[in-house]
Design a protein around this ligand. Sequence first.
Ligand code: TRP
Length: 466
Amino acid sequence: MEKNRAQWGSKIGFILAAAGSAVGLGNIWKFPGRAYEGGGGCFLLIYLGMVVLLGAPLMLSELSVGRASQTNIVGTFRKLGHPCFSWVGWMGVTGAFIITCYYSHVGGWVLRYVVGYAAEAPKIYGDSLGYFYEMLGLHADGAASFPWLTLLFAGIFMAVNAVVIIRGVESGIEKFNKVGMPALFILLLVLLTRAVTLEGAKPGIEYMVSLDWSKVTFDTFLAALGQAFYSLSIGMAIMITYGSYLPRTENIARNTGLICAMDTLVAVLAGFIVVPAVFATLGAEQIGKGGGFAFVSLAKVFQQMPGGTFFGVLFYLLLLFAALTSCMSLVEGIVAFLTEHFAWPRKATTIAVCAAMFAIGCLYTCSQAAYPIKGVWFDAANGVSFPAFCDAMEFLTDRIMIPVCALGSCLFVGWVWKPEKAVAEIEQNGVRFALAKVYTVIIKYVAPVAILTILVMSFATGMTLS
Ligand code: TRP
């Protein structure tokens, strides 16, 4: 299989594709809301700690495992160690599947906003919260309707993904990322300048650098860990799959550092755009903490900016790119597994899987506001509960599947495959890995204990979605 396996065409192509996988809605859509909830500056610090201490070592492990095995996520565990660890792979693929169901729909909302800013910006400026709910099928008078237009946009988003994935690794994923990623970064800087100079933004900036530890609870750590893993795209099939397309000459330690740094930088920038904008405009209470946080608050930034509508279109276009590059990494992880494990053809598999994920995702969008579609949840604090279907989906992946899968990968690398082999794989390019000792301790002890504690505690204290 090794001979005809796909490979990245260039070094920068891989870094941008992996960064493209990492930088996505998680950074721009979820992170600012979480940072706000977690007390601003304190959350930033905790988050940074999670990235450095747990995120980076795990990403490094996933990339080295993938490159060493040169195969998909389930095959990896078989090939390198123990078939009993294949459950980690199965859970990774399943998790990636569930995430993609809703990810593609939020991608559809983003597309809807691209068109919204281009075609009817005054409507968004007039009532940005109302516009958001209307998109989800809930009208100002409280009536609900089927959000078919939004679902259509989600369908288009998914179709674009499918086309890129069918084209393959180098001419699809890599090409796409090479253009989109740099553009996203430049635009973020422009928006940052605007957001922090808005009138009334100062308390928001202060909030983001304030250290008010009274807001920090155990849940803050949980949210920071979940967010860090989610944002870095670890704990699912993805980085193993992307690592498997890497040539041996690549320095994966340095690449991991670069990818983590880029991802964190974008998240922090987004936090300093959205939170000050929220303070300057509607006030956090009115916006609520859910999905509307970024969508709604940014409207005022664009409204008060010279050429704002133009920047609005551009911003959502780039957010769309960021979402696409992340979504395609998820789809690639799933498709790579299905095509290799079952020897299914790439094209038909991609189409079938994408169609299924789109269909399930419709429940996600519909359960946001318009329809009372419920999911089931169980924890020790609240027993059985019935949160909205969309929340249940996010809980399941962010709070359970990603941590469990990450724990499985840590245990696998730390105790089955052994860190020495990981370090040998990392050093394949001839450069000594200076942090090998620290890495070994983290992967064997620190990371499994931290993830396990957080999982157990989250079950005991119940879950709140931030
Ligand atoms: N990291 C992406 C984001 O921040 C989402 C994502 C892509 C992801 N691939 C993943 C999350 C794999 C978990 C696992 O938006």
